[in-house]
Structures are given as C-alpha cells and as structure tokens.
Design a protein around this ligand. Structure first.
Ligand SMILES: [Fe+2]
Length: 314
C-alpha cells in the first residue's frame, strides 16, 4: 500500500494496523508480527498497571500506538469528566500515542454509563454543544481530537441536518480530525436508507486521518455493528471509494467478538492492499475521481428498522 498521501493534522500514514486485544497478547509478544501499528481501547489501559499495561509498554517500544476511546461522551449534557481527560492525556503521553480518537456520540447522562455509543440529534444547537465541548477537550489533551462516525439504529425525528453535514461542520469549527469507519457508514446506510457513497463524497476528505474496517451482523431487518467477522464485499467497495477520495490513510481492522487467531486477523487487514492496488494517485488529481458506484442493496426486502423498533415499543 502506498503511504505517499499527505499527513493529516501532521499525522503520518501508518499503514495497515489491527486492534490490540488480550487474546493475542502472548502471540504478539512471542512472534512480534510484521504489523504496521496497533490501536488500543483507551479505557482498557488507563487504570491498569498489570499485565495489559506491561504488554502495551513493550509494544509501544516497537510499534506505533493509536488510542481509541469509548467514554468521552462528547454529546452528553453531563459535564465533561476532567479526571478522565487527565488520565487519557497521561496515557497518551506515556505510550507516545500518534493520536487519540473517540466517537460522535454520547454514552450516558446523569452520571450513568449506558456502555453504548448512542446517537446525537443532528441539529444546529447540538452542533454548537458538541463543538464547544470539543474545544475544551482538545485544550485539555493538548492535541487535536479525532472523532469517529458511529453506527446507528434509530434517528431523531427532530434532526435538521444529515449526519455527514453535522460531521463536516463539526470538523470545520473545531479543526478536529476524522476517523471514518467505513463499515459504520454501510451499517447506517442500510438501517436508515441513505446512499453510502453520498456520505463518503460529503466528508471533508482532507481531515480524515484514519479508516476503520470491520465485520457486522445482518439481522434481516437491520444490520448491527458487531465486529465479529470478516469485512464483506460491499464494505470493501466503499473502502476503495474512500481510498480514492482521500488518497489513502492509516487503516485499522476491528474484531471484537468471535476473535480469531492473530494470523487470521492480520491476513484480513492485509486484504486492503489488494483492494486499493492501482488506485493511488496524487491528491491534486482527486477532482477527477471515478464516478461513484452503488452497492446493490434491496431496501424493499426488509422492513425499515425504525418500523420494527416502533412495533416493539408498542
Ligand atoms: Fe469503528
């Protein structure tokens, strides 16, 4: 894979990485696989001085580390947790994290943690709320934040902006970076019946510093972002388009359930090389981007998820 694309926010193109998960600790320490970089779940290491932290410190000597959090709750109405931010920054400094990411979501309210990435109403006042908090977080972390588009299963009737417009405005107003989860775009596009290629085309491509790839579960009526299998072909197709639009950025495979042996995981992310072979072009030629292709999804074959959720609530 070419790494000739320009750094975003000063971040280099790290290549093809995988999420660091505990079942692979022994294999990685023993074999030191030829992986370009690792992404860690920040919260799994912030308070650990035991084996996970020992493993991380060992790997940080040999591999670039990126931190990916799930507890920032940037969209919540709760006050920001400055103790969390202090611990997050300390870990980032200690392992020389290349960047720190989290999600465009909220995870709790009134001090309760839902342990889920919940959707934000896409409105102008929520945009102002999120961007105000992001500026504070970026000051506290002393680095630009990188935020990921989450998968979602319901939408707010009161939303006045499309998700991609909300994210683009958020980026313009805060100078943050973006982690584009290509699988999440696909999952949400099916659940909410939008064109995933329009989503990709509408992103501020120069602010995208990382891609996520993952598998998901097709529940018939809707897709769920389970990270429990290989990447499916329509998601690879979106990845190729995202690569064309950005010139290529650091790519990370997430696999969090039914986790396979490390060589299987690594082989899955290495498929990205084949998928983008021949697509590398200088950024200044991207205006001539190949016309988008569409994924053949029969939206009429299943009821819309909102219909199902409404029915289950009645
Ligand atoms: Fe992701």
């Amino acid at each position: 894979m070419s790494r000739s694309s320009q750094p975003r926010l000063g971040h280099d193109h790290l290549g093809l990485g995988v999420g660091l998960r505990s079942p692979h600790f022994q294999h990685i320490l023993q074999h030191q696989p030829d992986v370009d970089w690792f992404e860690i779940i920040s919260e799994n290491f912030m308070d650990s001085q035991g084996r996970p932290r020992f493993v991380l410190d060992e790997l940080a000597e040999r591999y670039p580390i990126v931190m990916h959090g799930v507890s920032l709750s940037i969209g919540s109405s709760d006050p920001l947790n400055f103790d969390y931010l202090r611990r997050l920054k300390r870990l980032a400094d200690e392992v020389n994290a290349r960047w720190v990411s989290d999600h465009v979501c909220w995870t709790g309210v009134a001090g309760l943690n839902a342990h889920d990435l919940l959707p934000i109403p896409f409105t102008e006042d929520k945009l102002a709320h999120v961007t105000r908090r992001m500026r504070i977080v970026q000051d506290a972390l002393e680095r630009p934040l990188v935020l990921e588009n989450p998968s979602s299963y319901v939408e707010f009737a009161g939303s006045t902006l499309r998700e991609w417009d909300f994210i683009r405005s958020m980026t313009e107003e805060t100078g943050c970076g973006l982690l584009l989860d290509v699988n999440n775009v696909y999952v949400s596009s099916v659940n909410h019946d939008f064109d995933p290629f329009e989503y990709l085309r509408s992103m501020p491509h120069e602010r995208i510093v990382q891609f996520h790839l993952a598998g998901h579960t097709n529940c018939g009526t809707h897709l769920v972002d389970t990270h429990d299998g290989p990447v499916i072909d329509p998601v690879w197709e979106l990845y190729r388009e995202a690569h064309r639009l950005t010139g290529g950025v650091s790519t990370l495979l997430e696999w969090d359930a039914q986790i396979p042996a490390f060589p299987v995981l690594h082989a899955e992310v290495l498929k990205a090389r084949d998928h983008v072979a021949g697509l590398d072009r200088p950024l200044d030629s991207l205006a001539e981007t190949v016309p988008p292709q569409t994924v053949a999804v029969d939206f009429t074959a299943v009821p819309h998820p909102a219909t199902v959720i409404r029915a289950e609530c009645e």
